[in-house]
Design a protein around this ligand. Structure first.
Ligand code: 13P
Ligand code: SF4
Length: 344
């Protein structure tokens, strides 16, 4: 299969031997991948496994990737913070980032010597697109001396203008760790408002938002409660404030998984991108998930055939200007160093 997959233009074939070899893997994911879909995915999965070895590549997949990527070919899965940390530690020569462009840039910033591929260069993010480096320079001129805390969902150019990065998992702690009374928080206004509600530090906001999370409403959450009684509602802090007020727990995608591990509720609604529920349902077969389906169109651009194509042709390499990468790395490493301090 691996040799076949190196012939350009060849669509891998489904064979009975392949079905048998991957039967244990299918057993694990059958609740979230229908059999017919599995038969379409399987030849690609097998071909990618072969190419991954040949290219000495590691595949990173964000929690929002679909289950046919997340549970089959990914070597490392996680939230933005975990992927950034693992990218820094990866030994492979090639990183295939199954996520969106800013995540691939973060991997390149942390691993400049590695080849970082993104299967579709158009996999963007409404938050990353809401702000430019010039916007940050103007803000710094307006608020001289006020530190800039930037969500990792931004371009390398924007990170390079920032003092420190954060993710939704550590935003409050990063803001407080600076020991100042005011910060500029970019670019997600909802995450920024959430941070402001958890700290005494004054937060200067930007008007960015996530096109997926801003679609949820408090009324929608109340309707889940009416329909399902004692359901536990977990919401991502990129959601608007009325949604977070209705939720039982607010946290990053990784924090949601930890919460389920610790609390083991019987019925759950995850107010976040909907692939996440599919991925987590495989790990927690005893929990019943109600799955509101807000898909991220950018995450959906990453498909098995495109991953195969990227690895086969070593295509869609992510480049970051070394001068920009150097400054952006400082902001990301300050965030990671904070994490190490916490763990110590
Ligand atoms: P986390 O995985 O850091 O919670 O981020 C969510 C997100 O929207 C990433 O694009
Ligand atoms: Fe960006 Fe929202 Fe998609 Fe995450 S879910 S990549 S924040 S648009």
């Amino acid at each position: 299969m691996a040799t076949l997959s190196l012939l350009p233009g060849v669509v891998p074939e489904l064979t009975p031997a392949l079905l048998e070899r991957y039967a244990p893997m299918y057993e694990r994911v059958r609740e979230v991948i229908p059999e017919l879909e599995w038969q379409t995915h399987l030849p690609w999965i097998d071909a990618i496994q072969g190419l991954k070895k040949q290219r000495n590549a590691v595949i990173l997949a964000h929690n929002y990737q679909p289950p046919e990527i997340y549970h089959t070919i990914a070597d490392i899965t996680g939230d933005s913070l975990a992927l950034a940390q693992q990218a820094a530690r990866a030994e492979a020569k090639v990183i295939v980032q199954c996520g969106v462009h800013f995540m691939a840039e973060t991997s390149k910033i942390l691993c400049p010597e590695k080849t970082v591929l993104i299967p579709d260069t158009a996999a963007g993010c409404s938050l990353a697109e809401s702000i430019t480096a010039e916007d940050v320079r103007l803000l710094k001129a307006k608020y001289p001396g006020v530190p800039v805390v930037t969500y990792v969902n931004t371009s390398a150019d924007v990170k390079a203008e920032s003092d420190v990065c954060c993710t939704s998992a550590n935003a409050v702690h990063i803001v407080e760790s600076l020991g100042v009374d005011r910060v500029i928080f970019l670019p997600d206004k909802y995450l920024g408002q959430y941070v402001a509600s958890k700290t005494q530090v004054k937060v200067i906001l930007w008007e960015g938002s996530c096109e997926v999370h801003e679609r949820f409403t408090g009324e929608e959450l109340r309707s889940y409660r009416r329909a399902h009684g004692n359901v536990r509602i977990l919401a991502h802090p990129e959601c608007p404030p009325d949604v977070l007020l209705e939720a039982d727990f607010v946290g990053s995608t990784a924090a949601m998984i930890t919460h389920l591990n610790e609390r083991r509720p019987r019925r759950v609604v995850m107010i976040t991108e909907c692939s996440m529920s599919d991925n987590v349902a495989v790990e927690f077969p005893d929990i019943q998930f109600t799955r509101p389906c807000n898909l991220c169109p950018h995450m959906r651009r990453i498909t098995l055939p495109r991953i195969h194509d990227a690895l086969l042709h070593m295509r869609h390499e992510v480049q970051v200007d070394p001068a920009v990468a150097g400054r952006a790395r400082q902001a990301v490493e300050r965030m990671l160093a904070y994490g190490r301090k916490e763990a110590a």
